[in-house]
Design a protein around this ligand. Structure first.
Ligand SMILES: O=C1O[C@H](COP(=O)(O)O)[C@@H](O)[C@H](O)[C@H]1O
Length: 258
C-alpha cells in the first residue's frame, strides 16, 4: 500500500499498487466487519452498489473467505437500483448476482432485490416499506440518534462525475431527507429510472467503504479529498458517515491526481 502521509491518517484513504491488492484488502476488511456484526447482533447488513465495485469483491468468493465468512447471516441490500427487470443487462441485481452472489452461499431470502414489476416511485416506496419491516424483526438496526436505519456496511462506488448511489451532483434528490429510499426518473446516466438510498440513510451507516480504481476516477478522487464543497454538490464527498467509519480504497490510477 502506498503512503500519502497525512492524507492516510486524516482521510482514511488507502492506496494500493493495483486492483488485485485493493481487492485482497477489501475482502479482509469486509470479512472482519462481518465477523464482528454477526458476533454482536447475529446479522450483517451489507449494502451493494452496482458498477465497477462488484468485480473488486471477487476475493471474497475465494478461499479462505469463501469458507470462513458466516454467509448465512448476511443480509444484502442495494444502495441504488435501475428500474429494469432483474435479468436486464442494466440491472445492478444481475451484475451482483453474476459477479458475486451466485458464488457465495448467502440464503436467497436474505437478498433484498427491488420489486421489478413496479414504477420507479412504486419500487422506491416498496423498498422502503421492506426495510421498515426488517427493522421490526430486529434484523436491521435503527440509529440511536435519528430516524434512519443504520446498516453495518455500505459498499460504494463513485462515477467519473462524482455521483454515488443514484445521487448525482447538484440533482434535487441530494437534499431529500423525508424518505429512506427515493426514486429518480431523469438520471443523467442511463437508464433514467432508478431508486436510491437518500443521503441521510447513507450518512447513518456504521461503515462506508468507497472503492475507486482506474485513472478515469482520478480527477474526482482528488476533488473528494480537496476543499469541502456545499452539501450535495459532490455526492461522493457528502456521503460520509456522521457517526461511523469511512475508508476509501483506491488503486494508484485513481489516486494519481492527489
Ligand atoms: O450507475 C451507477 O454508477 C455508480 C458508479 O459506477 P462505476 O462503474 O463508475 O463504478 C455505481 O456505484 C452505482 O451503483 C450505479 O448504479
Amino acid at each position: 500500500m502506498a503512503s500519502f502521509g497525512k492524507l492516510d491518517k486524516d482521510l482514511n484513504l488507502q492506496v494500493y499498487e493495483n486492483v488485485e491488492e485493493l481487492s485482497n484488502s477489501l475482502a479482509e476488511h469486509v470479512a472482519q466487519l462481518s465477523a464482528s456484526a454477526v458476533k454482536d447482533r447475529g446479522a450483517f447488513t451489507v449494502v451493494l452498489s452496482g458498477g465497477s465495485l462488484i468485480k473488486t469483491l471477487g476475493k471474497l468468493c475465494e478461499p479462505p473467505y469463501l469458507h470462513t465468512v458466516d454467509w448465512g447471516n448476511w443480509h444484502v441490500f442495494w444502495v441504488d437500483e435501475r428500474v429494469v427487470k432483474k435479468d436486464h443487462p442494466d440491472s445492478n441485481y444481475k451484475l451482483a448476482y453474476d459477479g458475486f452472489l451466485s458464488k457465495v452461499p448467502i440464503p436467497s431470502e436474505k437478498v433484498y432485490a427491488i420489486n421489478d414489476t413496479l414504477s420507479a416511485q412504486g419500487a422506491a416506496e416498496d423498498y422502503e416499506f421492506g426495510l421498515k419491516q426488517l427493522v421490526k424483526t430486529g434484523i436491521l438496526a435503527m440509529a440511536d440518534t435519528n430516524d434512519y436505519p443504520r446498516f453495518d456496511l455500505l459498499l460504494m462506488g463513485m462515477g467519473p462525475d462524482g455521483h454515488c448511489a443514484s445521487l448525482f451532483p447538484n440533482h434535487p434528490l441530494v437534499h431529500v431527507k423525508e424518505k429512506w429510499v427515493a426514486s429518480i426518473t431523469d438520471s443523467p446516466k442511463p437508464p433514467p429510472e432508478r431508486i436510491t438510498f437518500t443521503l441521510p440513510v447513507i450518512q447513518t451507516a456504521a461503515n462506508i467503504f468507497f472503492v475507486a480504481n482506474g485513472e478515469g476516477k482520478a480527477e474526482m478522487v482528488a476533488k473528494v479529498f480537496g476543499e469541502e464543497l456545499p452539501f450535495g454538490q459532490l455526492p461522493s464527498q457528502s456521503a460520509r458517515p456522521t457517526n461511523g467509519k469511512l475508508i476509501w480504497f483506491a488503486d494508484k490510477g485513481a489516486a494519481s491526481k492527489l
